[in-house]
Design a protein around this ligand. Structure first.
Ligand code: GAR
Length: 191
């Protein structure tokens, strides 16, 4: 019998990607979104996870960087793959080593451009528009000890028109994220 693959999603904000991933695997017998981990107690993503019966873990900076609490959770839940979906803290080296090539992130631009500390969400789209770029997109990549720096797994592009604003660009990028992130997660799980 095939062993079920367990996913842990880390998210900090709205969680529309987290919800999209949870929906995608909802009726999959081989893949389960086992837990949602969140560093912001008021984040909307917590409600989204709860709506689908996915248990949440809220954690502090000290929990993450100065204790084994998160590693214990991951091991106890037999997590196979960590998925970052709008998660804004750097993952500690202890987790990166334990989950070598088993942590993926999505970034709302075409890395290596517009990545690094502080480059998240609308900050990214504002910078891309301010530079007069004609295209942007998404990058799905493995996570290493630096922001937005791990090996790239997949990219998809969208065109930027003269009338686009950071908000309309965010919508185009989100559409790409919803279309591709769950499928790429599925393919990484099968590797
Ligand atoms: C997404 O666009 C994701 O690519 C981005 O945050 C947004 C979260 O939206 N992540 C980063 O910028 C990471 N550097 P969501 O909470 O609605 O899924």
């Amino acid at each position: 019998m095939l062993k079920i693959k367990n996913i842990a999603i880390f998210a900090s904000g709205s969680g529309s990607n987290a919800e999209n991933i949870i929906r995608y695997f909802e009726n999959n017998e081989n893949v389960k979104v086992k837990i949602l981990l969140c560093n912001i107690p008021t984040a909307c993503v917590l409600k989204r996870a709860d709506n689908f019966g996915v248990p949440s873990v809220i954690f502090s900076k000290d929990d993450f960087y100065k204790s084994d609490k998160i590693i214990d959770k991951l091991l106890r839940n037999e997590i196979d793959l960590i998925v970052l979906a709008g998660f804004l803290w750097l993952v500690p080296e202890s987790i990166i080593h334990l989950y070598n090539n088993r942590i993926v992130n999505i970034h709302p631009a075409l890395l290596p451009d517009y990545g690094g500390k502080g480059m998240y969400g609308n900050n990214v789209h504002k910078a891309v528009i301010a530079d007069g770029k004609k295209e942007s997109g998404i990058t799905i990549h493995y996570v290493n000890e630096n922001y937005d720096d791990g090996d790239i797994i997949f990219q998809a592009k969208c065109a930027i028109s003269d009338t686009d604003t950071p908000e309309t660009l965010a919508q185009k990028v989100h559409a790409l994220e919803y279309e591709y992130y769950p499928k790429i997660i599925e393919s990484v799980l099968m590797r």
